[in-house]
Design a binder for this molecule. Structure first.
Ligand code: T46
Length: 135
């Protein structure tokens, strides 16, 4: 039922600095078809307000921070993303909202599908209906 999970990514660090890798079938459970990132979010702006019919994603604040709200229709949680080695995996019907972006926040997203406008559920009541019928 949860459909999302916060997980740690291994930091490969040495005297030069740090490196994190995300690899399909190693620490990413889906084929990565798309990568996008959100940055320069204006003060006070909230984003998201939708769920997806068929999309898996890993979300990371690679720089700065923001609050990521995940709602599976039964439980709503507000997760602070503030570390480049903390991934949020979202795998099913999850309503999402993002807010409190720091001015330097870069939110990186790896996605299992291409951008498909029809995949978006933007009506919260419709989302709840779909959750009810989801197995
Ligand atoms: C999600 C959260 C975390 C594209 O052209 N290609 C893309 O791959 C995406 C994601 C968006 N767009 C266009 C569509 C809009 O004209 O970029 C514009 C902003 O997209 P949107 O309003 O959907 O952005 P957010 O921040 O509300 O949501 C995005 C993702 O759409 C969504 O899947 O989970 O980030």
């Amino acid at each position: 039922m949860t459909k999302y999970k916060l997980f740690d990514l291994k930091i490969n660090g040495d005297e030069r600095g740090s490196l994190v890798s995300i690899e399909q079938d190693i620490n990413c459970p889906f084929k990565i078809k798309r990568v996008y990132y959100i940055f320069d979010t204006k003060k006070g702006v909230a984003r998201g307000f939708h769920a997806h019919v068929d999309l898996k994603q890993i979300v990371l604040a690679v720089k700065g921070s923001c609050n990521f709200i995940v709602d599976n229709g039964k439980k709503k949680e507000e997760i602070k993303l503030s570390k480049p080695n903390k991934g949020l995996l979202i795998e099913g019907l999850v309503w999402r909202e993002m807010r409190n972006f720091s001015p330097d926040c870069v939110l990186l997203v790896l996605a299992s599908e291409n951008y498909i406008e029809k995949d978006y559920i933007k009506d919260y009541n419709k989302f709840l209906e779909l959750v009810k019928n989801d197995t």
